[in-house]
Write a protein that binds this ligand. Structure first.
Ligand SMILES: [Ca+2]
Ligand SMILES: [Ca+2]
Length: 112
């Protein structure tokens, strides 16, 4: 399987596997989210971006509609957040210690 095939299928399969528990089959509750973050994220640079030890904080970040559970859409946002955070680390963007000399090439938001 090609790498992106693998990555995309992994995101879906991991979500379904961990969500299939508790009262709702297609949502991650807090315990399920802890398990995903704990078992499926091992590299320190990603663990630093979302911390399973502070699950309240992680939920605040991921559970956008604040219903106490994480749906697939929210899970995708979480994965995309991790990907961006890793990208920023790899390229030196968003590094607050002053290594960020490149001007931002593409505008990320359209905030005034
Ligand atoms: Ca569930
Ligand atoms: Ca939610």
């Amino acid at each position: 399987m090609a790498r992106l095939d693998q990555a995309i299928k992994n995101v879906v399969d991991i979500f379904l596997e961990y969500a299939d528990d508790g009262s709702k089959k297609n949502r991650l509750n807090k315990d399920e989210l802890v398990r995903v973050l704990d078992k499926e994220i091992q590299s320190p640079e990603l663990k630093g971006a979302i911390n399973a030890d502070d699950i309240e904080e992680a939920m605040k970040l991921i559970d956008k509609n604040q219903d106490g559970e994480v749906g697939f859409h929210e899970f995708c946002r979480c994965v995309s957040y991790l990907a961006k955070s890793y990208y920023n680390k790899k390229t030196g963007r968003g590094d607050k210690r002053g290594k960020n000399k490149e001007p931002e090439a593409e505008p990320e938001t359209t905030n005034p």
